[in-house]
Design a binder for this molecule. Structure first.
Ligand code: KG4
Ligand code: ZN
Length: 345
């Protein structure tokens, strides 16, 4: 019988503390999730209308071990010495937050004399589709979250290239900042999504965003919302503003997706990251598919779209089976681009 490999992963790059246990049989391309805990910090940051880094670090410190206990109990992991590899998010993210998961994973790796693997958070999001889908390569992948917006072509396991990236804000950040301006709760994406359903998306006009190649920019859309908000004053319709603003963000995303399909000839799309939960984005992608402008599109289930340790565990497993271990003296990084492999497009 082939050996069972157990991976314990930690994610603490921003405002979700997450721990996951994954298992694979030796030779498997990917592991399965055995148990996962996610502790959101919604109640900590809501009153500030955004993530407060120091409070986020402290909340990770408080939540990490209760999450680990839950994962061990649900996954029937009796002893941490049974784990084959400890994994954590190393970059990019809030430094104080990254340090919590990173220190925990490194310490366990040292105590139990097992390999440690530090992972890139965006590469983790790219892996999240493999948690609940069997994907055929190649495909395009749109990573749309609160901190990142990038478009990739994924040609195989561990073989992908970034085609474009945001030049300023991330799409989720644009949702959050727009919602704050409109006096909605935090995080703003789900609030705008909910309100927009009742609104008229052509009520307020936003100009088309023009960026070079397959890059994104959301700061202009945000500035237009500020101008509309000032111009309309008390006459502003909240639902129509939410619908029009959301529509402008999504139009930009869809235009770049279509340009990437044309550029690469790859017409299967994966969407990952928090904004992949957006209902109107999903409706528009379904429309593109029905018009044969996309072959198909896929998204992980909602809890795998937002930050979670399971996606970091898949990436950690891929690195583990290739012997790509990290050094115990490795540091965390606030910003970094995921590694690329040169491709001929
Ligand atoms: O992936 P994630 O949990 O964290 C980062 O890595 O940033 O994504 C969080 C982001 C937030 O900006 C949130 O507003 C956005 O995802 N989001 C949404 C929706 N649900 C979450 N944006 C639009 N529509 C949604 N339904
Ligand atoms: Zn994320």
């Amino acid at each position: 019988m082939s050996k069972v490999i157990q991976i314990l992963a930690f994610e603490s790059s921003c405002d979700d503390t997450s721990v996951a246990l994954l298992r694979a049989r030796e030779g498997d391309l990917k592991p399965s999730v055995v148990s996962m805990a996610i502790q959101s910090q919604f109640d900590v940051h809501e009153k500030f209308g955004g993530v407060v880094p120091e409070l986020a670090s402290r909340a990770h410190l408080k939540n990490l071990f209760p999450c680990l206990k839950k994962v061990m109990a649900e996954g029937e992991l009796q002893k941490l010495s049974e784990v084959d590899c400890f994994v954590s998010t190393q970059e990019p993210g809030l430094i104080g937050c990254l340090l919590i998961g990173h220190s925990a994973a490194k310490t366990l790796s040292f105590i139990y004399d097992r390999p440690f693997v530090g992972c890139n958070h965006i590469e983790g999001h790219l892996m999240s589709i493999h948690l609940d889908h069997t994907m055929a390569f190649p495909y395009l992948a749109l990573v749309v979250s609160g901190g990142h917006t990038s478009l990739f072509v994924v040609r195989g396991w561990d073989d992908y290239e970034q085609l474009g990236v945001t030049l300023d804000d991330a799409a989720g950040e644009a949702f959050d900042k727009g919602a704050k301006l409109l006096g909605l709760g935090f995080p703003g994406g789900p609030e705008i999504d909910r309100l927009a359903i009742q609104g008229n998306s052509s009520k307020y006009r936003f100009g088309r965003v023009q960026t070079k190649e397959l890059n994104f920019s959301f700061s202009g859309i945000k500035s237009e919302l500020v101008r509309i908000h000032q111009r309309e004053g008390s006459q502003l319709s909240l639902v129509d503003a939410a619908a029009s603003y959301q529509s402008a963000i999504l139009r930009h995303l869809i235009e770049k997706i279509e340009a990437a399909v044309e550029f690469t000839g790859v017409s299967n799309l994966v969407i990952v990251g928090g904004v992949a939960r957006n209902s109107e984005l999903r409706r528009r992608l379904a429309e593109l598919k029905s018009q044969n402008r996309l072959k198909n599109w896929y998204a992980p289930k909602p809890e795998y779209c937002t930050d979670n340790a399971a996606m970091i565990g898949v990436l950690g497993y891929r690195k583990f089976i290739q012997g790509q271990f990290s050094d115990l003296s490795s540091d965390v990084k606030a910003t970094v681009r995921p590694k690329r492999k040169p491709q001929s497009l």
